[in-house]
Design a protein around this ligand. Structure first.
Ligand SMILES: [Zn+2]
Length: 143
């Protein structure tokens, strides 16, 4: 059996070593058809990981901890600041979840559009968005 290899090159300029190669000749990570999926999941992962406001809140809590440990502190004021920080974190979390859900809805809408146009293409004997099989049929066969 012929050993397939992904047609792409990696960041160091060497051929991609992936052995699970799709009908496009690329692995899932390099297949141009999945570029939008990759961009979206990167956006999704980056959304919560490096929020500058969260970083600022963390620094503030660290300062409060240091001050509380130093003694001679206004406990009521520290308690208030901690509660404010908690409320800010909750707001950030909620914003992030709303954005993530909006992204998921858009992905589902796009998937629906692709399915519909592939269905119509198959029905009319025309080429689908990806080859003759349709992306969802191909996914089922290769994953
Ligand atoms: Zn590859």
């Amino acid at each position: 059996m012929e050993r397939k290899q992904c047609a792409a090159t990696n960041a160091r300029g060497q051929p991609c070593a992936a052995t699970i190669v799709l009908s496009s000749g690329y692995c899932r990570a390099h297949d141009p058809a999945y570029a939008e999926d990759r961009r979206r999941s990167a956006a999704r992962n980056g959304m919560t990981a490096r929020d500058p406001e969260l970083a600022e809140i963390k620094r503030g809590l660290k300062r409060l901890t240091d001050r509380a440990e130093a003694g001679d502190v206004d406990h009521e004021r520290i308690d208030l600041l901690v509660r404010v920080a908690r409320a800010r974190v909750y707001t950030i979390k909620t914003d992030s979840e709303i954005a993530r859900h909006a992204l998921e809805v858009r992905e589902l809408e796009d998937a629906y559009d692709r399915l519909l146009s592939d269905y119509e293409a198959l029905r009319d004997g025309k080429p689908t968005t990806i080859g003759t099989g349709g992306w969802y049929l191909r996914r089922g066969a290769e994953e």
